[in-house]
Design a protein around this ligand. Sequence first.
Ligand code: ADP
Ligand code: MG
Length: 337
Amino acid sequence: MDEQKTIASLGEFPLIEKFFSTLTSEDALPAAQGVGDDAALLSIPRTQQLLTTTDTLVEGVHFNSDMDPFLLGQKALRVNLSDLAAMGAKPHWYLLALSLPANTSEAWLEEFSRGLKVAGEQFSISLVGGDTTRSKGCISVTLTLFGLIGKERAILRSGAQEGDSIFVTGTIGDSTLGLAQRMGQLRISDPEALIFLKHRHQQPTPRVDAGIALVERAIARAAIDISDGLIADLSHICRASNLAAEIYGEKIPFSPAATTLLQESEQDLFPHLLTGGEDYELLFTAAKGSLTQIKEIAENLDLPITEIGVMKKGEPGVTLLRDGAIFPLKNKGWSHF
Ligand code: ADP
Ligand code: MG
């Protein structure tokens, strides 16, 4: 393909046909009507509820203009999938609203579309429609996802109960370390650790299967995905459930790469790992007696799930203890404004 050929010479409808008409997954429910009519037509099974979520990524705000479009396509889908995972839904369909400057190259769009295809197949979700417009400045990508869940089974932020244990999937803080390295704020000398941490930032793994498993066994009482940082997102559960949370620093799961950096770095990275965000792990609460079942889920999915604290009566908010003492947190998490 001619690297320089722009989408302006292609035209809107051939563009949609070429890059967005076949991004379907065999494992998603087929749309009664997908891309190509005025609206997508979706059949919802009688026993299910529809969950929907949307997110926008803007060039210069959420990604740099030099970001690899293949990774951008994947990441856009992955971060949205994480929101469905947090409620326990099975993803099925999505819409794509795309604004592009006329000088965007066809090669860029091809790679972006390939990123969506790969992630869509991996996580079983089909593109069923969207909108394509010209922008005068930057690229903007908005995805709207649709998932299904059994009636009344969705896990809400508001369901935590006093005495619930608090759990997280995977490891915390890798993504923020990957980002800090890219911004030149952190040196990572071990090449393997560098690859791992960069990957965790660029290609977060939405915990779709974990969300579904928690719903199947009706274990989680409240859940959220960690996008703004462990502390900030746990605070959301506290507020929605009107409870306090106490978590224990020494129980928080860090990857080997993060652990090494924690030990070696001159500055204390510990608070940054808990507030940096973009982990896209699930944080959920469950009754004390659920531990055995949670261990089974962790084993089946080959995904660590770690108990890090407890929900308590009290003013909504998070208390972090480290070696028995309260660890003060200044910056609680990422906020756009
Ligand atoms: P309308 O003018 O009726 O709103 P459009 O011309 O915007 O329809 O779109 C034509 C068809 O192509 C629709 O089915 C729409 O959902 C689909 N579509 C447009 N842009 C995209 C996109 N970026 N990704 C997927 N489908 C798209
Ligand atoms: Mg129309």
